[in-house]
Design a protein around this ligand. Structure first.
Ligand code: SAM
Length: 300
């Protein structure tokens, strides 16, 4: 709906029902440069993620938005058994290349990478799900890529139900979104990432589209200064040293998103919310909300 008004830069369709914003290959390459070196995840993020996974004794992890593979690689290196999926073949290309380059390492040889779409996720990978994963992760503001094509968030609810089916009882889902409440109120998006240590100066220009008085789509134009980056200078669109790419997101309100999670996982599951990896009372205006949903198990 809203998507017809503000167009994304890349109009490819990965699979029916999902617009692949990375389909032109350019956005995927810029993203790979934007997130920086694969080893440069922020320490706060690593401590948070590994802390939860180890505390809960997780072994099998499903990364449902692996993109170029940055989180999955970190998890494989840490000894987890990882299945990684994404709808964009242009993004997956980088993950597949990384697996190929390190295939002689048994941990990387075992790393499973598949193309899958959240709307059909369970059917796409049913044979890999088995009794369910210890943890399903959907991080890096990925879920907000799924827009609201029908005006009632039905596809987002469907995707969350599919995530729930992939989590084993007693396992958990970790899913995040930017603080869209603040983005809508302020009209601005913080360029500082809680996940990456970007090597390039980046700023983010924010546009909010309202449909019938309700925020329906946020477009973020990432402006990346590549002037000092000889290796990636081929990505420059012109003689300018600033590269620009746009991604469009559904602006999830914290309360509404929490309710959608509760509908998908049921009232007996346990819900916690973190702001920039901290308890909510420890951070005033977080850039990201991270939801931890522990799926109910009758064994407890
Ligand atoms: C911002 S990237 C983040 C990737 C990675 N987690 C990171 O932090 O770098 C979001 C990813 O979500 C994927 N995605 C968006 N909609 C999807 C869908 N419906 N099904 C599967 N993947 C999807 C995109 O293809 C993209 O690779």
């Amino acid at each position: 709906m809203a998507e017809n008004v503000i167009r994304t830069r890349s109009l490819g369709a990965a699979v029916e029902g999902v617009r692949d914003q990375y389909a032109d290959g350019k956005a995927a390459k810029v993203w790979e440069v934007f997130i920086g070196d694969k080893n440069s995840r922020t320490q706060n993020y690593k401590n948070f993620l590994f802390g939860i996974l180890k505390r809960k004794g997780c072994k099998r992890i499903l990364d449902v938005a692996c993109g170029t593979g940055i989180d999955s690689i970190m998890l494989v290196e840490e000894g987890f058994e990882v299945v990684s999926v994404d709808a964009s073949d242009k993004m997956l290309k980088y993950a597949l290349q990384a697996r190929w380059a390190r295939r002689k390492d048994p941990a990387f040889d075992k790393w499973v990478i598949e193309e899958a779409n959240w709307l059909t996720l369970y059917d796409d990978i049913e044979d890999l799900v088995g009794d369910g994963f210890d943890a399903v992760i959907c991080l890096g503001n990925s879920f907000a890529h799924l827009l609201d094509n029908f005006g009632d968030q039905r596809e987002q609810k469907q995707a969350l139900r599919n995530f729930e089916k992939c989590v084993k009882p007693g396992g958990f889902l970790l899913i995040d979104h930017r603080n869209y409440d603040n983005i809508i109120d302020s009209g601005e998006t913080a360029a500082k990432s809680i996940y990456y240590n970007p090597t390039h100066t980046t700023s983010i220009r924010t546009s909010v589209l309202y449909v019938s008085g309700k925020p329906a789509l946020v477009s973020l134009d990432y402006l990346i200064d590549l002037s000092s980056d000889k290796e990636n200078s081929d990505m420059l669109l012109s003689e300018e040293s600033v590269n620009e790419f746009r991604l469009s997101y559904y602006p999830h309100r914290l309360k509404v998103f929490t309710n959608m999670l509760e509908d998908a996982f049921g009232e007996n599951s346990t819900y916690s919310i973190f702001g920039d990896f901290k308890r909510l009372d420890q951070v005033e205006t977080p850039n990201f909300y991270i939801h931890l949903v522990e799926k109910y198990s009758t064994y407890f």
